[in-house]
Design a protein around this ligand. Structure first.
Ligand code: ADP
Length: 550
């Protein structure tokens, strides 16, 4: 019989993260860029006080334990206070992506049965228009002061500041079971209805440890973090929680993610660390390139940048390193995995390596961090070896991977061995580095072989005139599908199809070369800034490839 350990059985709770930050890092700043240019400078102690006030206010809005509370909000200190107050009391914070279509937002609010919506004034008109559909929502709280509150046709509307004003700045946070739900996010649902993922206190705290670990993101008290990923995108990848665990400074940029704004925040707040999707960083470098010598890049203190959500193009990794001396930490994950699952962190063998070799390592999605088991399975369900060439679907399991979507029976998202199938296609090399080649629905099936759209896109954006590129499979009478490359050029640049093809010739294997290149002004993106390939496939459904002579 096993022997029970004699260690304390203390639950892993989100309220303890905030209590720790307030006690040991109380003066560390939380800087918010709000509506209409307003800047607020808070700190972890004040966030804790105001989260306590909000916790006292929640029952007055009818919020009880287990209830879902929605936000439609940018990154700000008030949103951070909601993260802690709602979860800390035992309710569930549901961060809604305001860039979704209104029908999807209405669906999500209804599905989650949110009774209260906290919103930034930017979304006031949207909510007023949607209000007749939001029958379950009983109360609306605008994230502003009383004097900023406009007259809006919304039931029981109140301003955030008047809601919490005068309430006690201490709260006796309940000793919840660590398995209690704390927050929820919906997948963006590019196919079918969005699905809810329900995180727990335990999964959130464990995920935070991983972000602070040296081979995770090495987030620490010495970091000033520019949160360039929205707090509605998978809890800003868990950083609002991990920052409290380690006492990092947070710079919350509101809605402004333009290259110019991000650059200014980084300089003004001495940011050492940032994170965001590739599109955000493309805009960042567009600004830097446009400004040229007018910018004194030495004013930047930036050291590390996490790029995730889509594959980080090698050209982006090179730019960060060569222009700014910044190390790109590529990370892979998804809403269903909290999200961080694999992270690029170097091994002893990479020390002293030539930069070009190191860029190749950083262009992969990284290795599994402890807490997420990552494996690749073939079409026959067999686990594939880490040989750097066996391509199959990634499955994951671990304490911050979901077991079921919200509303479904526990474990219903898992196979018999407890694996969750991600829908991503990859191989794993002998060092454990994952290389995502595609999402299973985006892979191009040419004559029984697979072509990676991601590899082709990365090669194309390596051309100095290219701003963004997408590759989709279009029907071909002989090969079933062949790649079509769709390119957006940088302003003022010119490039022809044959020049693009010539550039790609040395960079990808011959039979992967796209059968056609088209130039467009812009590409469609999902609500989280990823290429919307379903839309592109529709748009180019009837595109006739010049190679298709049948
Ligand atoms: P959605 O894209 O539906 O909004 P998520 O934000 O959860 O949902 O996206 C998860 C997906 O994003 C992953 O399954 C994967 O396809 C893609 N992804 C995330 N990070 C990376 C990365 N570093 N490289 C390639 N693909 C990535």
């Amino acid at each position: 019989m096993s022997l029970a350990g004699l260690m304390q059985r203390q639950s892993l709770l989100i309220s303890d993260l905030l209590a720790h930050a307030a006690t040991y890092h109380g003066d560390v700043e939380i800087v918010s860029h709000l509506h209409a240019g307003e800047v607020r400078r808070s700190n972890w102690r004040t966030v804790a006080h105001r989260a306590a006030q909000l916790a006292h206010a929640l029952p007055t809005l009818g919020v009880a334990q287990g209830d879902r509370v929605a936000t439609l909000a940018w990154n700000s200190d008030r949103h951070l206070e909601l993260y802690y107050a709602v979860a800390g009391t035992g309710a569930v914070l549901h961060t809604v992506n305001p860039r979704l279509f209104p029908e999807q937002i209405a669906y999500i609010l209804g599905h989650a049965a949110d009774g209260v919506v906290f919103f930034d004034l930017d979304f006031a008109d949207l909510l007023v228009k949607m209000a007749p559909q939001l029958t379950g929502v009983k109360r609306f709280v605008a994230l502003c002061r009383a004097d900023q509150l406009p007259t809006l046709d919304l039931p029981h509307l109140v301003s955030y500041e008047s809601l919490i004003e005068g309430l006690p700045q201490q709260y006796d946070w309940p000793d919840l079971d660590e398995a209690t739900a704390s927050s929820m996010c919906y997948t963006s649902g590019t196919t079918g209805n969005p699905k809810g993922v329900l995180y727990s206190h335990r999964s959130t705290v464990l995920h935070s440890f991983a972000l602070c670990a040296a081979d995770g993101m090495a987030l620490s008290a010495r970091d000033s973090v520019l949160l360039a990923v929205p707090m509605f995108h998978v809890n800003a990848w868990g950083v609002p929680y991990a920052a409290a665990m380690c006492g990092a400074k947070l710079v919350l940029p509101g809605s402004g993610l333009s290259g110019e704004r991000l650059y200014a925040h980084m300089v003004n707040e001495a940011c050492t660390f940032s994170l965001g999707v590739p599109t955000v960083w493309l805009g960042f470098f567009q600004y830097i390139d446009q400004q040229g010598v007018a910018l004194d890049l030495r004013a930047l203190r930036l050291q590390r940048v996490v790029v995730g959500g889509s594959a980080a193009p090698r050209a982006l990794i090179e730019k960060f390193e060569e222009k700014l001396g910044v190390f790109v930490i590529q990370s892979w994950g998804m809403t269903e995995t909290s999200p961080v699952s694999t992270v690029v962190s170097l091994l002893p063998k990479h020390a002293g390596q030539a930069l070009s070799d190191r860029f190749a390592v950083q262009s992969r999605q990284g290795r599994a961090i402890f807490g997420v088991e990552v494996a690749v399975f073939g079409a026959d369900g067999q686990r594939l070896p880490h040989d750097g060439k066996s391509v199959g679907e990634i499955r994951v399991r671990g304490p911050w991977v979901l077991c079921a979507y919200y509303g479904n029976a526990p474990d219903s998202a898992l196979d018999a061995q407890g694996w969750f199938s991600t829908g991503d296609v990859a191989y794993i090399d002998p060092d454990g580095f994952v290389q995502i080649t595609d999402r299973s629905k985006d892979v191009i099936k040419s004559g029984g072989e697979w072509i990676s759209s991601i590899d082709l896109e990365n090669a194309a954006v390596g051309h100095p005139s290219v701003r963004e590129a997408a590759v989709i499979g279009v029907p071909h009478s002989k090969w079933q599908e062949r790649p079509l490359l769709i390119v957006v050029l940088k302003p003022g640049e010119t490039l022809t199809g044959p020049q693009m093809m010539e550039f790609l010739t040395d960079r990808v294997v011959r039979w992967w070369l796209p059968d056609d290149v088209v130039f467009v002004d812009e590409l469609p993106h999902t609500a989280t800034g990823k290429l919307l390939k379903t839309r592109l496939r529709e748009q180019f459904r009837d595109h006739r490839l010049p190679t298709d002579v049948a």
